[in-house]
Ligand binder design. Structure first.
Ligand code: SAM
Length: 278
């Protein structure tokens, strides 16, 4: 692990500790972005030695975010999106995907990473329908009662809640993520949608790769990244109505066309789905 000085070429925003890996920056490193430091790339490289193709966990995840958000914007008429754990800005961000289809839609991003805040605020400066708040996404009441959330979102109308690539970073009791999501669902209006993705233990010949990656993530300076089974991931949706085809590998969730190449190992190890609150 590197604890030496940060090279001059890496500009560090005020308040950011470049000697500690961050989830947002490690994810950015996996996606080939530039908003990461040496310590983050070391986490990425450590995982890649144990789990080749692990960058496809991030690639599949991001593709699913774009597909599921586009689906919700196009097909449900929902005009308000709450993106929990939004991550660093990348090629296609939630508000861009949504507002291309529904220009007046409100998009609220929630993240607690100071680098995300620095980049996000700059990106959103000229967009009246989009805001970024600093809150703990594992505290539903704190998110839903946030003043900016209350100002932008109308809780008498359906809301699209995104928890994409977030819940596997909760490091506490194993059954707590389902409880956290239940609290969100209790407070969302009827007709709301949720999109969730999560690292998957596929309980087959790819389980060893999932468990090796998990071990590397959790024992790295980033410190989180749990792989759950399909049943466990399904439980994150509580009693909501799952949209077809249910909770499955992201690689199989309404792809843009036929698959021409076999899945790599990492593509077997991330799953999710979309559901509606009746
Ligand atoms: N949702 C984006 C996507 O799928 O492309 C980004 C996923 S990234 C793996 C997870 C994000 O969740 C990071 O940006 C991280 O800072 C944020 N995050 C993790 N724990 C959080 C917490 N307790 N409160 C707020 N944000 C958190």
């Amino acid at each position: 692990m590197s604890t030496g000085p940060v090279p001059q070429t890496e500009r560090v925003p005020v308040g950011v500790d470049p000697t500690r890996a961050s989830i947002a920056r490690v994810y950015d490193a996996f996606l080939g972005g530039k908003d990461n430091y040496e310590i983050d790339r070391e986490v990425r490289d450590g995982v890649l030695t144990e789990a080749p193709y692990a960058e496809h966990l991030a690639i599949e995840n991001r593709d699913f975010l774009i597909r599921s958000v586009r689906f919700i914007a196009q097909q449900t008429g929902i005009m308000q999106f709450l993106d929990c754990g939004s991550g660093l800005p990348t090629a296609e961000n939630t508000h861009q995907v949504v507002q291309r289809i529904r220009p007046e839609a409100e998009v609220i991003y929630v993240d607690n990473d100071p680098v995300v805040a620095a980049h996000g605020r700059a990106l959103l400066e000229e967009n009246d329908h989009t805001a970024l708040i600093d809150a703990d996404i594992f505290e539903p009441d704190a998110v839903l009662d946030n003043a900016v959330v209350r100002e932008h979102l109308d809780f008498t109308q359906p809301i699209a809640l995104l928890h994409i690539g977030t819940l596997h970073h909760y490091e506490g009791p194993a059954d707590k993520p389902a409880e956290i999501m239940r609290r969100y669902y209790e407070r969302l209006p009827s007709g709301s949608f949720v999109s969730i993705s999560h690292f998957l233990d596929p309980e087959n010949e790819h389980t060893p790769m999932a468990r090796r990656a998990e071990d590397k993530f959790r024992h790295s300076p980033m410190g989180s990244g749990s792989f759950r089974t399909l049943d466990e991931i399904r439980s994150l949706f509580g009693d909501l109505e799952l949209v077809e085809p249910g909770v499955i590998r992201l690689a199989d969730w309404w792809q843009d066309g036929p698959r021409l190449t076999p899945l790599n190992e990492a593509q077997h190890c991330i799953a999710g789905g979309v559901a509606r609150k009746p």
